[in-house]
Design a protein around this ligand. Structure first.
Ligand code: UGA
Length: 444
């Protein structure tokens, strides 16, 4: 694969992929319809906070391996195009495929005048059937070309976690690949072989629809695992001498279960799990199938953040005019992303109850200000955030918060009470020194 690779959609998946491929020596062109974003990226500025990403973009802009452009004409110079555009939820919770439609049509129009075979790889999360019934059709209609002859189609879901997306792209642990035909799949496998060479992970080749299904099921299973452990945490709180962390540790020793994604807390958020579970349920309903386990996982997750507010209320009797400190706004550490973050649900509920909210996050304050403006006081440090407060809720487990000691809370807070929503503190060290509530700890 000597010519350049094009990637349509410069969101966090497309951009991370573009920077990583360029870093591996592939001439990569990122396409986006948003001119402001392109202008920023071409100057080496990013629209998202992702460790290592900005440095890699800057380095590869200079080396010439990476460039950004608006026009799909660049497809003429490449033999593979990845589709990484967004697939948000519509108001009825079904998947919004508008960006996928525009990208597919644009690719088709460009392929019309292209003589060589071209491989199109869908990386966006799309409901089963979309690649075969929509993307393939739109490319064929707009190009007048035939799939499996003039162009190939693969569905290659991404498993990039925000905050470690670069690492996940550089060293994936598996590659799931749906293919329209053997030639398309083999071309993509060969491409990845060159990229990863001796670190090539296991490749799992399947139909387009199966690959689409695997992506949703993967996210749905992980979210269900978290909701499962979160509901058991409630039972632990009523069961003396149990602790959800120890229960999860013991459970995770079973290799059939694994210890990952068993961290109990205030629930899951972000730009993927909530949206993907909603789209998947809507898709299942359209096939007259109920997925009660997934519906239950969502239900548990709706209630989970509110528990922290109820605990605060229980301790303070009434939240009206009480000052509540929120440590952590991002939906998880190492990102500035607050989309569907647990913090939003908690803050909204606290404001409804008439509380004053002070908040701090190492990266997500700017994004949170856009939602709350001056309804919330945004502090410049964790210490400033907890000053004078009646209760502090740990919402995101940033490393920075783990270094706080009971004394920091005792000296700064009006009423030292910590709700450890992510279990970052040693329970005994805190409960010996102050009021402390940690998710999933049974009283002695
Ligand atoms: C998730 C998947 O992990 C990726 O594989 C996938 O590619 C991505 O969605 C996507 O579909 O694009 P991400 O949303 O970045 O990645 O975040 P995760 O690390 O999976 O965390 C999701 C949420 O679960 C966070 O709010 C986190 O705090 C929470 N979580 C995670 C828990 O509450 N407990 C755990 O044990 C693990």
């Amino acid at each position: 694969m000597d010519r350049s690779v094009t990637i349509a959609g410069m969101g966090y998946v497309g951009l991370t992929m573009a920077a990583c491929l360029a870093e591996r020596g592939v001439k990569t062109v990122g396409i986006d319809v948003d001119r402001n974003r392109l202008a920023l990226l071409s100057k080496g500025e990013t629209t998202i906070y992702e460790p290592h990403l900005k440095d890699m973009i800057r380095k590869n802009l200079v080396s010439g391996n990476l460039s950004f452009i608006e026009d799909y004409k660049v497809l003429q110079e490449s033999n593979v195009t990845f589709i990484t555009v967004g697939t948000p939820s519509k108001t009825d919770d079904s998947i919004d495929l508008e960006q996928v439609r525009i990208a597919s049509e644009s690719i088709g129009k460009e392929l019309k005048t292209k003589r060589d075979y071209h491989l199109v790889v869908v990386r966006s999360t799309v409901v089963p059937g979309t690649s075969e019934n929509m993307i393939k059709e739109l490319i064929s209609q707009n190009s007048g070309k035939t799939c499996s002859k003039d162009f190939g189609l693969c569905m290659n879901p991404e498993f990039l976690r925000e905050g470690s997306a670069v690492q996940d792209m550089m060293k994936p642990d598996r590659i799931i690949m749906g293919e329209s035909d053997k030639k398309a799949g083999s071309m993509l496998e060969e491409f990845y072989n060159k990229i990863y060479s001796t670190h090539m992970p296991k490749v799992f080749r399947t139909s387009l629809e199966t690959a689409e299904m695997i992506k949703y099921v993967n996210n749905a299973f992980l979210a269900t695992k978290i909701s499962f452990i979160n509901s058991i945490a409630h039972l632990c709180e009523r069961t003396p001498r149990t602790d959800i962390n120890i229960v999860a540790e013991g459970l995770g020793l079973d290799p059939r279960i694994s210890p990952s994604f068993l961290r109990a807390g205030l629930g899951w958020g972000g730009s993927c799990f909530p949206k993907d579970l909603r789209s998947f349920l809507t898709f299942a309903q359209s096939q007259n199938i109920e997925l009660p386990v997934i519906s239950a996982a969502m239900k548990v997750n709706d209630i989970q953040p509110i528990l922290a507010v109820e605990k605060a209320k229980e301790f303070l009797n009434d939240l009206k005019e009480k000052c509540i400190a929120i440590l952590g706004l991002a939906f998880k550490p190492n990102t500035d992303d607050v989309r569907e973050a647990v913090s939003l649900k908690i803050i909204n509920k606290l404001l409804d109850e008439g509380a004053y909210v002070r908040a701090y996050d190492p990266a997500a304050i700017e994004n949170s200000k856009k939602m709350f403006g001056d309804q919330v006081f945004f502090a410049k440090s964790a210490q400033e955030c907890i000053k004078g407060s009646d209760c502090c809720i740990i919402v995101t487990e940033w490393d920075e918060f783990k270094t706080l000691h009971p004394d920091d809370f005792r000296k700064n807070m009006r009423r030292p009470f910590v709700i450890d929503g992510r279990r970052i503190y040693e329970p005994k060290e805190f409960s010996d020194n102050m009021e402390y509530y940690g998710i999933g700890i049974g009283k002695d």
